[in-house]
Design a protein around this ligand. Sequence first.
Ligand code: ADP
Ligand code: ADP
Length: 237
Amino acid sequence: PSIVEVKDMDFAYGSKTALHGINLEVERKRVTALIGPSGCGKSTLLRCINRMNDRVTGARIAKGEVRVKGKNIHDADVDLTQLRKQVGMVFQKSNPFPKTIYENVAYGLRVHGEKDGEVIHEAVERALTQAALWDELKDRLQAHALGLSGGQQQRLCIARAIATQPDVLLMDEPCSALDPIATLKIEELIHQLARDYTVIIVTHNMQQAVRVSDYTAFLHLGKLIEFGETERMFDRP
Ligand code: ADP
Ligand code: ADP
């Protein structure tokens, strides 16, 4: 079964409906790209999958549902801290905490009450390895995260998001603040991440969607107007 299912969902900011009748099924351990023009609802849809929209006054799912591993994430018994562990997120503007490299990656484990230093260290090493940073940074884990380059900071934010081994990793325009070389590194990394994680990425860049994704959902004016395998969608006569 699909790991994320959005069923006949309408989403509104106050009286303004931003998403209409969205149906989306996301395959496990694949990369799904959400593309479409600015303002079409990509970020809103992404933020429906970890309830980040809850922070916005008046924002609500007006109809339908979102399921992660079969569980309706808007059920009353859903614990938001647990949900954010299960569904990690990386933003456009990489924003490591003003702490050491180590503490940035360890953050999620500490939030979830992990006290065992060895468990934390193993998780930090695994996450930095999966984010292609371990070799670069292993000798300066106690250095300040904000001293890193923009590309390294973004990969650190990826490491921070995957340290708790989420089922799903959401990425909102993860490369749009980066130079072409750093972008290429993140795109390569996304392919590798899909071995272990289910990735959903918002991008305004169709070429990027073609390069990184297995499936593409195309949104327009708050509606999902096309969905399918990326290769087929872009490889038409
Ligand atoms: P995209 O990510 O495709 O650029 P968004 O999801 O950011 O689109 O926005 C979809 C629509 O919802 C736009 O019309 C936008 O102005 C509106 N919107 C986004 N965030 C908010 C918000 N916090 N409050 C009100 N309207 C919003
Ligand atoms: P992005 O392209 O990353 O979605 P935006 O520039 O669309 O960024 O939005 C930046 C912030 O402003 C977001 O937090 C978004 O939710 C909010 N926002 C966007 N459109 C509106 C709107 N029409 N009214 C209020 N807040 C909005």
